[in-house]
Write a new protein. Structure first.
Length: 398
């Protein structure tokens, strides 16, 4: 009898997408579903970068360089310089989305059985990438009571073993929206220097910081050869389907190793590189409008959540996510119930159960992640649904 690999069996389902069949069934019944489960922005992709693709003129759609088009990498040097990150085109490898950058980083820096420390809750796909690379995730817990601040340095020290090779953070954070401070980033620098570790920094939401300023891992002086920056155009320019990201490091040995993985998959998507290159030419004030819009949405959803009896939601400092604690016994069951058994004026809301963002099995059972990627009118309607649902839900906790 044929069997599926252990890797295939261990691969976790997406907590963001696993309820899709229930949402589809709800829609077929005529129920409108407000999607707060997934970080798919509704903000329009800039027309001028789409036009760059439409107006591209070539006879053959060729492979690009495995590291990405040189013209794009040179443009990115200018983009990063504007945010205080000084790199060369040779220190950038273009990837198929930020996902491939993370996977390449895992595979190039760690062997099967090695360990990576991640503050939880964390982006759920880190678990999947770890399974693909044979890497073991060691979570250390941040709590909703502190707004998901960086865990104490002692917690990192306890988690480090001879197998530990890296720490990964997402800043601003997905799923919590927490914005790590300069002081917290310096703590991470101390740890990686002391224990000879890599620091992977996922900075997909760099532009969306509402209080405070963004400190990139690339701003940490004295640890340059240990820093691996993972990036993407997906959220920055509302271009999730482009599947263009980047891995950036000053570590030459690591670049050479990643390049071999990049060559094995041949090249990143050509059309999206054209789009990404055009995006660098957007005016400097492009992000002002989108940032203001997300902040307005954040303020709306956080206020509404905290006004619902029994709900607590810390105010996220960045990205476009929030985690809320609900007065329910099991958020996984509640989120499915919202789609299967509930509607309010023929409407309901789709949330992501937070348990899938934790590495520790029993955590997050009363929490959900909400992506405030819809306009404020839709958010208000979605919160009306949630408030009504919690008032009648039979599985409420005391």
């Amino acid at each position: 009898m044929l069997t599926i690999s252990q890797r295939g069996q261990q691969m976790p389902p997406s907590p963001i997408r696993k309820l899709v069949p229930f949402a589809e069934a709800a829609k077929k019944r005529g129920t409108k579903v407000y999607h707060l489960n997934i970080g798919q922005p509704d903000i329009e992709t800039p027309p001028q970068i789409l036009d760059a693709v439409r107006n591209s003129d070539f006879k053959v759609l060729e492979y690009s360089h495995s590291a990405g088009n040189e013209s794009y990498r040179k443009k990115l040097v200018k983009y990063y310089a504007k945010v205080g990150i000084n790199v060369t085109a040779e220190e950038i490898i273009i990837t198929t989305g930020g996902s491939e950058a993370i996977l390449f980083g895992f595979m190039a820096c760690m062997d099967a059985g090695d360990e990576v420390i991640i503050p939880e809750p964390f982006y759920a796909n880190y678990n999947g990438f770890a399974v693909e690379a044979g890497v073991i995730v060691k979570p250390i817990t941040s709590s909703i009571e502190t707004g998901f601040a960086l865990p104490p340095i002692e917690d990192f020290e306890k988690a480090i073993t001879p197998k530990t090779k890296a720490i990964i953070i997402c800043n601003p954070n997905n799923p919590t929206g927490y914005l790590y401070s300069k002081e917290e980033m310096e703590v991470l620098k101390q740890i990686i220097l002391k224990h000879n570790l890599f620091l992977f920094s996922d900075e997909a939401y760099r532009e969306f910081c509402y209080e405070g300023t963004h400190t990139s891992a690339m701003h940490l002086t004295g640890a340059e050869d240990r820093i691996v920056l993972m990036d993407t155009i997906s959220k920055r320019y509302s271009a999730c389907g482009g599947r263009i990201g980047a891995l950036i490091t000053k570590n030459t040995d690591l670049l050479n190793a990643v390049m071999k993985f990049a060559q094995a998959r041949l090249s990143p998507p050509s059309f999206a590189q054209i789009l990404g290159e055009a995006a660098v030419d957007l005016p400097d004030n492009y992000f002002d409008t989108t940032k203001a819009e997300y902040k307005k949405r954040r303020d709306t959803i956080v206020k509404r959540l905290n006004n619902i009896p029994g709900v607590f939601c810390p105010n996220p400092g960045g990205a476009f996510y929030a985690i809320a604690k609900l007065p329910v016994d099991d958020a996984d069951i509640f989120c499915q119930w919202l789609l299967e058994s509930f509607n309010y004026n023929d409407q309901t809301v789709m949330l992501a159960p937070a348990s899938g963002f934790y590495g520790t099995p029993w955590l997050g059972k009363q929490e959900v992640r909400l992506a405030y990627v819809l306009n404020t009118t839709a958010i208000e309607a979605a919160m009306d649904c949630l408030e009504q649902a919690l008032a009648i839900y039979p599985g409420k906790s005391l």
